[in-house]
Design a protein around this ligand. Structure first.
Ligand code: HMG
Ligand code: MG
Length: 309
């Protein structure tokens, strides 16, 4: 066996974007109260999360679970060093976000036509035009912009998605001012080979430092895919506490990569995240109790068994 450490090229530090209060709760069968969403955010902040997607200014007719996002933002804890962001689909959403004092937004577009139509009721080209208008207005307002590309590894309606479509959408979002583009495996079908190919293809057109991964765990591949991304040099990963999440327009999509599992793996790799695992587990237990649903984090489940021994 050669002496080279296969894990020697991993990043020295990883930034985690906690998407539980948005992606995690948008797919729950019953809406979660503003008070409970704020309590979840407060616990995530206490656990050391520094980038938190706290809600979405989308149509409440389309996604009722995200109604009340304006109130969430109005009452967020003002914690120095914590960046809260909100998903914004159009100018209507941006105006509401600006009225609520949002300082960072996330725009989103898909690499699959059918998913785009189902999710935002328009084609990819129309959705990119909307994103462009939102980005121009957000830039003028001095608001930071993140971007998402959905369906990077497959589409719930079309199946295969060509990698060049992913690159085109990622490049377009970056060109319109997204400081970071998060590549979303919306339905969690990707395996490490696909993730490596997508990251490499995107990194040939965008700075690697501007890429993040957003991995759903439907097929149990999210943690392996995260490691594949890290091995490619990706330094930002989205994750959701307790593995909550899904998209109402991605049938069959399970939750996100569980934040607890990601932090546990990174601790094992001696890569700092600034997040306290025990407190994060407690935040996950809180929201699962409140929702009356099982915890999808394997680490949280293992720790719960250990405690009840
Ligand atoms: P539409 O029906 O085509 O919109 O929806 P419209 O412009 O024709 O307007 C219809 C009505 O909606 C009007 O009200 C508008 O005012 C209102 P009415 O006159 O009928 O009373 N409206 C809004 N209300 C509140 N906020 C707004 C807004 N915009 C219009 N922003 C629209 C188009 C984009 C609004 C809709 O399709 C929508 O909200 N879609 C969002 C779907 C969504 O949230 N999906 C989940 C998030 S994406 C995701 O999870 C993937 C990700 O995690 C990455 C990954 O995993 O891949 C990010
Ligand atoms: Mg998602």
């Amino acid at each position: 066996m050669s002496g080279r450490d296969p894990l020697s090229d991993l990043p020295e530090r990883v930034s985690i974007v906690e998407v539980g209060p948005r992606d995690g709760l948008q797919n729950e069968p019953a809406p979660v109260s503003v008070q409970a969403r704020l309590e979840l955010v407060a616990r995530l902040v206490a656990a050391g999360c520094r980038r938190i997607e706290a809600g979405a200014f989308v149509s409440p007719k389309w996604v009722p679970q995200m109604a009340g996002t304006a109130e969430v933002f109005a009452r967020l804890p003002q914690t120095p060093g914590v960046a809260f962001s909100a998903l914004v689909p159009n100018l209507h959403g941006l105006e509401a976000a600006l009225r609520s004092g949002v300082r960072e937004i996330a725009v989103f577009a898909a690499a699959s036509e059918t998913f785009s139509r189902r999710n935002v009721n328009c084609s990819i080209a129309e959705s990119l035009a909307r994103c462009r208008a939102v980005c121009e207005a957000a830039r003028a307002a001095g608001v930071a912009i993140r971007g998402y590309v959905s369906c990077i590894a497959g589409c719930p309606y079309e199946g295969t998605v060509p990698i060049r479509r992913v690159v085109e959408v990622a490049r377009a979002l970056h060109a319109m001012g997204c400081y970071e583009v998060s590549l979303g495996d919306t339905i969690g079908v990707g395996t490490p080979r696909r993730i490596v190919e997508v990251v490499r293809a995107c990194a040939s057109e965008l700075p690697l430092s501007a890429l993040a991964l957003h991995l759903h765990d439907t097929y149990g591949q999210a943690l392996a895919n995260a490691l594949a991304g890290l091995e490619c040099g990706v330094r930002t990963l989205d994750a959701s506490v307790a593995g909550l999440g899904g998209c109402p327009y991605a049938p069959g999509a399970a939750g996100n990569l569980a934040s607890e599992d990601l932090v546990y793996m990174l601790e094992g790799l001696a890569i700092p995240t600034g997040i306290d695992l025990e407190r994060l587990i407690a935040a996950g237990a809180f929201i699962c109790d409140l929702l009356g649903r099982p915890n999808r984090s394997r680490v949280a489940l293992a720790r719960a068994c250990r405690r009840s021994d």
